[in-house]
Design a protein around this ligand. Structure first.
Ligand code: SF4
Length: 191
């Protein structure tokens, strides 16, 4: 059984793509963009192992989501089992949004590409910050509408930051904010 190496799963979020979604961060990134916001996902060590079948069962047990978002790390470093996962959840009616640090033209054919509705491609370039579109860090990154499930109307969705406080007091943050917004939040914290 080919295992996935994962960094984190958030069962329901409004901050990682259009609508309510399950977000899955993979562990391991061979792209390694300078200035990446998630360098803790670069190493293939760490994270946790899960079969794609178990991940699919977990996601399909979540109610009220319209899809899954695959983030990195670099999802295409694990394109084989992630493609099987994506095909399974799509055949159950969920949409699949996948982020990659590669450009689509450089990706070899894969079930993961074939099972992705919305691909966000391209490396993070720290010197080209994205001025307006949600969920992406730099302006070179492209939204590739691979099926008719989504279109440019998704750009009206605002970026969100989600703060989750678990029963044990653990705090988790996900979503996307510009450096300016984060600095403004921290400034408010200091006052
Ligand atoms: S591809 Fe994503 S996770 Fe990997 S270095 Fe670039 S921004 Fe970071």
């Amino acid at each position: 059984m080919e295992l996935l190496n994962l960094h984190r799963i958030v069962d329901v979020t409004l901050a990682e793509g259009p609508g309510a979604r399950c977000a899955v961060w993979t562990q391991g990134c061979s792209v390694r963009c300078p200035g990446c916001f998630n360098p803790q996902t670069w190493s293939t060590r760490g994270g946790f192992s899960l079969s794609w079948q178990d991940l699919a069962a977990r996601v399909l047990a979540v109610s009220g989501i319209e899809g899954v978002t695959l983030l990195g790390g670099e999802p295409f470093d694990q394109a084989g089992p992630l493609g099987l996962f994506a095909a399974a959840v799509r055949s159950a009616g969920l949409s699949v949004m996948t982020f990659t640090g590669h450009v689509l033209e450089d990706l070899p054919p894969s079930l993961l590409v074939d099972s992705t509705d919305l691909l966000v491609d391209g490396p993070f370039l720290a010197d080209r910050p994205e001025p307006s579109r949600p969920w992406v860090g730099s302006a070179n990154q492209r939204f590739r509408f691979l099926t008719d499930r989504y279109d440019e109307s998704i750009f009206a969705t605002p970026n969100r930051l989600e703060l989750t406080i678990a029963r044990d007091g653990a705090i988790e943050l996900n979503g996307f904010a510009t450096t300016e917004v984060l600095e403004a939040l921290l400034e408010g914290e200091r006052r």
